[in-house]
Write a protein that binds this ligand. Structure first.
Ligand SMILES: CC(C)(COP(=O)(O)OP(=O)(O)OC[C@H]1O[C@@H](n2cnc3c(N)ncnc32)[C@H](O)[C@@H]1OP(=O)(O)O)[C@@H](O)C(=O)NCCC(=O)NCCS
Length: 402
């Protein structure tokens, strides 16, 4: 019998240190702990104790509240799951399973329509109904290349932000544009404290800049130098955070980063798959794609509410959804004929809740999921309709690590 407990405030540092150890990181220091502590929400940190020594935690997970942008412009309450770990000598005994079940039920009771996380390994979370809902790519743009095409967008003014002002300026810019694109999420203050304050305080070299467009500040970039002592011609500027409202702001911020002297390249991880960098460069091979991978793993907790939040115009499709953990989600839904609703009729298509998450934000088309066996097809004509209903105008992307 595994007992999952809600941790008390005085247990959070031990929980954090346990999590850090499971990803082979060191424990919090007295200086870093106040930053790390800020991401814990009271009542949301979970733990499992060692049955031989109840003073010791052997498993932990937590979540914070956020909002997720979905296609069509709506946004939904979301549990952002993070700091999940099981002590290495207690893995593969069901501790994670017990915590995930507890956590998803708790999130659903709080009225959160979806939960999301970043997965350290891709085989962990599918069994709990999570599916890959956004992806990104790593890029490395060399500075010694042929530069920008004459007709590439230039954007507006870019101004640098002093290190001391970063945490005063950037959160407001992010909040303004966070939900512009499906897959985007809001960040609580604790996110900034945990994820950026460390860089702001600790990085030897930190560059931050804000872009101003016709309607005010609409993008920013933060970058660091991993090793300032490397050769000036080679050392890469590493982008840790770059959000922009549109292609003008995107171009202006990348131009700024590439104009910084004495670096060899600008690198970034998990950028949007459709960020048009190579299209803006004279030699498209100046932008090398260094990686591609999953970003948001999404778990739809309330299928009726999630489907009803999508745009509702189009040729209707009847979709059966199966959810082994939350049976109330299982049923046949009609999409595209007004807000999605449950119907008592035979389905044309069927999927489980994880495969629904893969299509939900527009990342992977139902036809692609059907071709690979993730969706089942009872009426082939319905696939093209489902592609039109669930495919957004832009690829979803989040851009927030947690
Ligand atoms: C990943 C981790 C949390 C799994 O915890 P756990 O308590 O071992 O998980 P469970 O025992 O509940 O496993 C449930 C199932 O998932 C499988 N599973 C769990 N982790 C897996 C992994 N990394 N690879 C493949 N399968 C895995 C288990 O084999 C088990 O399958 P079964 O029911 O068919 O036997 C734990 O190994 C860990 O802390 N790893 C390091 C830190 C980390 O990666 N944290 C996650 C951050 S996103």
């Amino acid at each position: 019998m595994i007992t999952v407990e809600v941790l008390e405030p005085d247990e959070l540092r031990a929980a954090y240190d346990l999590f850090a150890a499971t990803i082979l990181f060191g424990p919090a220091t007295d200086a870093s702990w106040p930053h790390a502590a800020a991401l814990y929400t009271p009542g949301r940190a979970l733990g499992v104790r060692d049955d031989r020594d109840p003073a010791q935690l052997v498993a932990t997970a937590t979540a914070f509240g956020s909002r997720l942008a979905v296609p069509g412009g709506a946004d939904l309450p979301m549990a952002a799951v993070t700091r999940v770990g099981v002590r290495a000598d207690r893995t593969r005994r069901g501790l994670l399973t017990a915590m995930v079940h507890h956590q998803l039920r708790d999130a659903a009771e709080r009225g959160e329509v979806v939960a999301a996380l970043r997965a350290s390994q891709s085989r962990i979370y599918g069994r709990f109904g999570y599916g890959v809902a956004t992806r990104g790519r790593g890029v490395r743009v060399r500075r010694s290349g042929a530069g920008w095409r004459d007709c590439a967008p230039r954007g507006g003014d870019v101004r640098m932000v002093a290190r001391a002002d970063v945490l005063d300026v950037l959160p407001a810019v992010h909040e303004r544009i966070a939900l512009f694109r499906p897959g985007g999420m809001t960040r609580p203050d604790g996110w900034w404290s945990t994820m950026l304050a460390g860089d702001v305080a600790g990085a030897e070299v930190l560059l931050a800049a804000v872009h101003t467009g016709p309607d005010g500040d609409d993008g920013y970039a933060v970058a660091t130098l991993a090793d300032p002592r490397e050769d000036f011609e080679r050392r890469p500027l590493a982008v840790s955070d770059l959000h922009a409202a549109d292609v003008q702001a995107t171009a202006a911020l990348w131009r700024f980063l590439l104009d910084v002297d004495l670096t060899g390249a600008v690198e970034a991880h998990l950028r949007p798959l459709d960020e048009p960098l190579e299209l803006m460069l004279t030699d498209r091979r100046d932008c090398m794609v260094t990686s591609a991978g999953d970003e948001t793993w999404l778990r739809i907790l309330d299928v009726p509410a999630a489907l009803a939040a999508l745009p509702c115009a189009g040729e209707p499709v009847r979709l059966a959804v199966h959810d082994g953990l939350f049976p109330a989600n299982s049923g046949v839904y009609v999409l595209g004929d007004g807000p999605a609703r449950r119907v008592d009729a035979a389905p044309e298509l069927a999927c489980d809740v994880a495969a629904l998450a893969m299509a939900y934000l527009g990342d992977t088309a139902p036809s692609a999921l059907a071709a690979a066996g993730w969706w089942r097809v009872h009426d082939a004509d319905a696939l093209a309709r489902a592609d039109r209903l669930l495919g957004g105008d832009v690829l979803p992307w989040c851009g927030t690590y947690f």
